[in-house]
Design a protein around this ligand. Structure first.
Ligand code: SAM
Length: 277
């Protein structure tokens, strides 16, 4: 990450970066897990970065948060009533799940500082943690799923990329524990990275989930502030419907996107096929 003459840049490689002109840097904290920064940008409003990587911005967070919650919601065999969010300390995924009418949400975030920063700078997203239906747990999601006795209809892995504390969230061992706490007919969804710049994230998620679940489906969305814009999500379960069973409407998500998001470009299919071998 560079902050040069009021530009914040996320480095994609030694030769490429995406830069945002910033009015101000609102906070920078180094926690036990990572470095958290918030910038006030000219074109995307407030921007949350973790270890120099864009996590969300005011202007396009709705796309990521709708797509990680509403897609599995409409494809689940039984209407989801409960959800476990792993990561997601900004509160955005929990907020969408509350809007979908879920009755119980447990959100396990490893870094309490992400929650504190979100409460201060993204109060609308973090307001989900004040809802009586949402229970925030500060702890490691891997440990939580290996110990809890509760079952969930939907499990949303809203994590950082497969490095540092999130590395284990992309492993088959973790997905085995996830299966244990998934209700019958439940669905797990993971953010599986940029197929173009981070094929390893998609490969890991795809191959790990395939080891554990009979049905694994990748879909994509256009998220302007993430590397290359094209982002992947992978959902898995033992009973995923072939067509949506219910509707949900967002600013990005609609009934056409619910189907179209699964139409994958050839190079994305190749990343997934590589993971199948
Ligand atoms: N929308 C984001 C993205 O893909 O860029 C993800 C946002 S959310 C802020 C990711 C969160 O996952 C971070 O706050 C991080 O602390 C949390 N996290 C990483 N590893 C974790 C783990 N093992 N257990 C629980 N939370 C974890």
């Amino acid at each position: 990450m560079d902050i040069i003459e009021n530009w914040f840049s996320e480095r994609y490689s030694d030769y490429l970066q995406l830069s945002f002109r910033v009015r101000d840097q609102l906070i920078s904290v180094k926690t036990d897990y990572q470095r958290i920064d918030v910038f006030d940008t000219y074109s995307f409003g407030r921007l949350l970065s973790i270890d120099g990587t864009v996590q969300l911005t005011d202007q396009d967070e709705y796309i990521y948060h709708e797509m990680i919650t509403e897609v599995p919601y409409v494809y689940a065999k039984r209407k989801p009533q409960s959800a476990l969010v792993i990561g997601g300390g900004d509160g955005g995924a929990a907020l969408r799940l509350l809007k979908l009418g879920l009755k119980r949400i447990v959100n396990v975030e490893i870094d309490s500082q992400v929650v504190e920063v979100s409460r201060r700078f993204f109060p609308n997203l973090a307001s989900s943690f004040d809802d009586p239906a949402c229970h925030l747990v500060i702890g490691d999601g891997i440990k939580f799923v290996s110990e809890t006795d509760e079952k969930f209809d939907l499990i949303v892995v809203d994590s950082t990329d497969p490095e540092g504390p999130a590395e284990g969230l992309f492993s088959a061992n973790f997905y085995r524990s996830v299966k244990r706490v998934l209700s019958d007919g439940g669905i797990v969804v993971v953010q599986s990275g940029s197929p173009f710049y981070q094929p390893r994230a998609l490969e890991l998620a795809s191959s790990g989930l395939r080891e554990v679940f009979s049905n694994v489906k990748t879909y994509t969305a256009f998220i302007p502030t993430y590397p290359s814009g094209l982002w992947s999500f992978t959902m898995a379960g033992d009973e995923i419907m072939d067509a949506p069973l219910r509707s949900a409407q967002g600013r990005y998500f609609n009934s056409e996107v619910a189907r179209g998001a699964f139409m994958l470009p050839e190079f994305v299919k190749q990343v997934i096929h590589k993971a199948e071998r």
